[in-house]
Write a protein that binds this ligand. Structure first.
Ligand code: EPU
Length: 427
């Protein structure tokens, strides 16, 4: 590699977006003040805070301290408007808590987004099994359980993260026991279960495929620390591998990245795990590595765009398979604009590594795609302009700042939302 954009140094990730948002929703389950710490300063947290305010909560975010205080009243609203759900699909995680607390929830159906149609059928089926009547009314998913929910055995057809979370948050206040089979096993599910337990809920087995929830009459508000963001940590680990760099990523449990670190090692990186940190030293040029996304503990779909970037500049050819979302290969088309040899056929992308990429304007369609294209820009000759980099602020508190602290030449323009990357590295 002819130097330039080699990422080197230390970076710390804060709490996981995909945990913090659900923990904020879970706060609805207890009257009083829930405090979350290690909360990331990202746009999606702001959107969730606004949604909770509209439901009647008082939300105070201390960005510097990384805390969010949520005061939840006795009487809650029960409607999540389209405007907010459309801005952030994770808004649907208020569905379970609202039906449990109010006996009624109407949450806008998100519709299609940049990574596929993403149904809600498993959320609806789970709540129906708990005794709710669920139907769609003028674009809203309405769940009614005026006499309360009742625990039941539920077998998910697919270990959906969002459905598992909504079912847990509903079942924890239901009468009787819920046995959830084929539950998602993501670390964020374990974090949610730990919060629910601290609140006085009875939840066992989170992190395995069978979760048993015995309902309680009420929960109490507590303080809880959000787990570290494995996808953000994985992003910087890939950054080291792609640029032949050397990055120590703090704030993450390396166990949550096991399969990712295995893939990086297979691609020629040296990986050293530490307590709450991982250090990745990239090779001069990575080797191509096959990746197939799967539910945890499989390779996370959120890091799939980064695997495309790595393979684009790797020695050899590799197949990247997306099993989780139907339309998550947008990055592939944009990488082709940078000169990558990527062919997409259905849910497979065949990538033949090239010696070099060449900078060009590209468009990032979602949080991870935009971040991955920024990393691609670091190893492309000349200037890469990533449009849609505002998506990155939805998931990373200060991506450009972190990359700069690791030695990259990255700047962000606020209006229009564009990142300029004078990529100096060549392969
Ligand atoms: N699915 C259905 N019906 C359902 C639920 C899911 O068909 O009722 C399908 C989806 O369409 C999708 C697949 O099942 O094809 C996986 O969906 P899942 O419910 O597991 O994902 P999610 O809850 O919508 C979360 C994360 C994603 C992450 C996935 C998979 C949040 C806010 N989002 O989405 O993260 O990729 O789990 O791990 O937690 C991101 O970080 O940017 C992101 C999109």
């Amino acid at each position: 590699m002819l130097g330039g954009a080699r990422l080197a140094g230390e970076v710390a990730v804060v709490g996981a977006k995909n945990s913090a948002l659900k923990l904020m929703a879970a706060a609805l389950l207890a009257v009083g003040e829930t405090t979350l710490t290690n909360v990331p300063d990202i746009v999606d947290v702001t959107i969730m805070a606004e949604l909770l305010r509209r439901l009647g909560c008082t939300v105070q975010q201390d960005v510097a301290a990384g805390t969010v205080r949520l005061s939840v009243p006795e009487q809650l609203g029960h409607r999540a408007d389209y405007e907010l759900v459309r801005a952030m699909r994770a808004s649907i995680s208020v569905l379970g808590p609202l039906v449990a607390r109010c006996g009624l929830a109407d949450v806008a159906v998100p519709g299609g987004d940049a990574i596929g149609s993403r149904g809600l059928d498993l959320h609806a089926a789970g709540l129906t099994r708990l005794g709710a009547k669920v139907h769609i009314d003028h674009g809203y998913l309405v769940a009614q359980a005026p006499d309360g929910l009742v625990g039941a055995p539920i077998a998910l057809e697919f270990p959906s993260v969002g459905a598992t979370e909504n079912i847990l948050m509903a079942a924890v206040l239901a009468r009787g026991t819920t046995i959830l089979d084929n539950a998602a096993r993501e670390p964020e599910i374990v974090d949610l279960a730990q919060l629910l337990q601290a609140m006085g809920g009875h939840v066992e087995g989170a992190g395995t495929s069978t979760i048993v929830v015995t309902g309680v009459g009420e929960l109490h508000a507590v303080e809880h620390r959000v787990i570290g963001d494995r996808v953000a940590a994985g992003t910087y680990a890939f950054g080291a591998a792609i640029t032949g760099g050397d990055v120590l990523v703090r704030g993450v449990d390396p166990q949550h990245l096991r399969i990712v670190l295995d893939a990086l090692r297979e691609g020629g990186s040296q990986v050293r795990r530490q307590e709450g940190a991982v250090r990745v030293t990239g090779p001069a040029r990575p080797r191509a590595v096959d990746v197939a996304t799967l539910p945890f503990p499989g390779f996370p779909t959120g890091l799939q765009p980064f695997a495309l970037v790595l393979n684009s500049v790797a020695d050899g050819s590799a197949m990247v398979t997306e099993n989780m979302f139907e339309a998550r290969f947008h990055t592939a088309q944009e990488l082709a604009r940078l000169g990558a040899d990527v062919r997409v056929d259905g849910h497979h992308a065949l990538v033949r590594g090239r010696e070099r990429l060449s900078g060009a304007p590209v468009v990032g369609s979602d949080i991870r795609a935009a971040a991955a294209l920024v990393l691609a820009g670091l190893v492309a000759e000349g200037v890469t302009t990533v449009e849609g980099v505002a998506h990155v602020r939805r998931g990373y508190p200060d991506f450009a700042g972190d990359l700069r602290s690791l030695g990259a030449d990255v700047s962000t323009e606020v209006v229009p939302p564009v990142a300029l990357l004078p990529g100096r590295a060549q392969r």
